[in-house]
Design a protein around this ligand. Structure first.
Ligand code: ZN
Length: 345
């Protein structure tokens, strides 16, 4: 079967690899009907060292279960399911506490011997705890883009909003206008924020942010951006800040635009070891939290809003490609020609 393999920065190839099969009794094999390229895939696309074997890519998918191991009971062959970006057993203490990304058996698709989802099919470990059976059919094309965002970006934007303590009637700011930031806008509105400031500078993304509920736009960076957010919030800063980038500058801005006593929810994968602005965070009593979003735990809450059309996070997809179009999809997202690319293998 065919799958996406990255060999070096800027070098993404579609290759023939062995078909997936059941290895452990808790596995399922998933035939991928929809996958996508993630903003986090752009980090290795920008900087990966050349590798002979390459890196299997993709961690977001909807697909049809083809086969299950003898211990799998929650999903069956033929089921249409959404696959979160991390697999988890669904039974350990952390899974019970809703933090599936800290599962004692956690793993991330595309890593450590588990193939990625930008492929015709893949093996899914801990299928019972990982996969979520969807109550729609495979041919329900209109809903698929939004359902696919439950794999990662909608759950991740929601996590940022939850950690940032978005509260009805208060001000939220979203740092980053990529797919996660845009889903963060949806999440902030959904949780009742009265003012939602999107921080970004790409016209197409800003327009979508406004459609999703952003009330203000800040296109400056650094000190000017901080100043501008203070002006927009009566001089105080935002109660809740969603950090959806992961660069030192964006983390610094996120902490500096938080109102004293406010909170920053981080979901941008940090590209530096150290977190900036320790002192402003301390003196302003700003709570800084977040991490890999436990998207599996959020599907129950977010799914009804998608099915009812109350939220349409699938609008972040502005391009669809087949597997052959995946390398160009990476290029298009890297040069900001596309917000997010959907893949139909
Ligand atoms: Zn677990």
């Amino acid at each position: 079967m065919r799958a996406t393999v990255m060999h070096a920065a800027g070098d993404v190839r579609i290759e023939d690899i062995p078909d997936p099969s059941i290895v452990e009794p808790t596995d399922a094999v998933l035939r991928v009907t929809r996958a996508c390229i993630c903003g986090s895939d752009l980090w290795p696309y920008a900087s990966m060292e050349p590798s002979e074997t390459g890196q299997s890519m993709g961690h977001e998918a909807i697909g049809v279960v083809e086969a299950v191991g003898s211990d799998v009971s929650a999903v069956h062959p033929g089921d249409l399911v959404v696959m979160p970006f991390a697999f988890s057993d669904g039974t350990c203490a952390f899974c019970h506490e809703g933090l599936s990304t800290a599962c004692v058996h956690v793993g991330f698709f595309g890593n450590a011997g588990v193939n990625g989802a930008q492929a015709e099919a893949l093996r899914v470990p801990y299928a019972d705890g990982t996969l979520f059976k969807l109550p729609v059919g495979e041919d329900d094309d209109e809903l698929m883009p939004s359902l696919l965002t439950l794999s990662d970006v909608m759950g991740t934007g929601h996590h940022a909003a939850v950690v940032a303590g978005v509260t009805p009637g208060k001000a939220a700011a979203v740092v980053g206008d990529g797919a996660v930031g845009l889903c963060g806008v949806i999440a902030a509105k959904r949780l009742g924020a009265e003012q939602i400031i999107i921080m970004g500078r790409h016209e197409d993304r800003i327009a979508l942010a406004r459609e999703f509920g952003a009330t203000d736009v800040v296109s400056d960076r650094g000190a000017e951006a901080v100043e501008r957010v203070r002006e927009l919030t009566g001089g105080y800063g935002a109660h809740s800040v969603l950090e959806c980038v992961g660069l030192e500058q964006s983390e610094l801005t996120a902490i500096e635009i938080a109102r004293p006593g406010g909170a920053v929810g981080r979901v941008g994968v940090p590209q530096e070891e150290k977190m900036p602005a320790s002192q402003p965070a301390f003196y302003n009593n700003v709570t800084v939290g977040g991490g890999p979003a436990p998207v599996r735990a959020y599907i129950d809450e977010l799914l009804p809003d998608i099915l009812d059309g109350r939220i349409e996070p699938g609008k972040v997809f502005d391009r669809t490609v087949g597997l052959d179009g995946v390398p160009d999809g990476y290029r298009a997202m890297a040069v900001r020609e596309s917000i997010k690319v959907m893949v139909r293998p």
